[in-house]
Write a protein that binds this ligand. Structure first.
Ligand SMILES: [Fe+2]
Ligand SMILES: [Fe+2]
Length: 153
């Protein structure tokens, strides 16, 4: 599977996990869900940076997008870490922080699937995107997480 489809499937999965998290006030359930989100996001961001961003960065066209993407990943992972460490997962401040995480991710994904993907399709041909897909799967698996599209098969 080509990398862009793999990324899209991961994005859809994390969005639905976040909705599930915000849909419950049960601290134990939230705790399990945020832990899963954190593991998924850490592996996804790392593999995405390594396989896609570092390649985009090499061209004038993709450089700024890749660098901005790095910063957004940092912020997303920071919020996620704070949420996972918090001892009051059933509280209103926790809900507020989780809502901001969801908004940030939605913004990031919208940019990624819009502008980034357009740039990537211009920079890389189909066989290259396919190869990058294999690399993405390998990289994520190395971190112990199966891509959402693979797990669904
Ligand atoms: Fe992504
Ligand atoms: Fe990303």
């Amino acid at each position: 599977m080509a990398i862009l489809e793999l990324l899209k499937a991961d994005h859809a999965k994390v969005k639905s996990l976040l909705e599930e998290t915000l849909g419950t006030e049960d601290a134990t359930q939230r705790s399990q869900l945020i832990k899963q989100i954190k593991t998924d996001l850490t592996a996804h961001s790392h593999a995405e940076e390594k396989v896609l961003y570092r390649r985009m960065e090499k061209s004038e066209e993709g450089k700024d997008e890749a660098l901005e993407g790095d910063v957004e990943h940092e912020l997303v992972l920071l919020l996620c870490d704070q949420l996972a460490r918090s001892r009051s997962k059933g509280s209103d401040p926790w809900t507020a922080r989780c809502s901001v995480l969801k908004e940030l991710i939605e913004h990031h994904v919208e940019e990624e699937e819009g502008e980034f993907f357009k740039t990537a399709r211009r920079l890389f041909d189909r066989p290259t995107l396919q190869r990058m897909g294999n690399e993405f799967i390998k990289e994520k698996s190395r971190l112990g997480v199966a891509p959402a599209a693979e797990a669904a098969e």
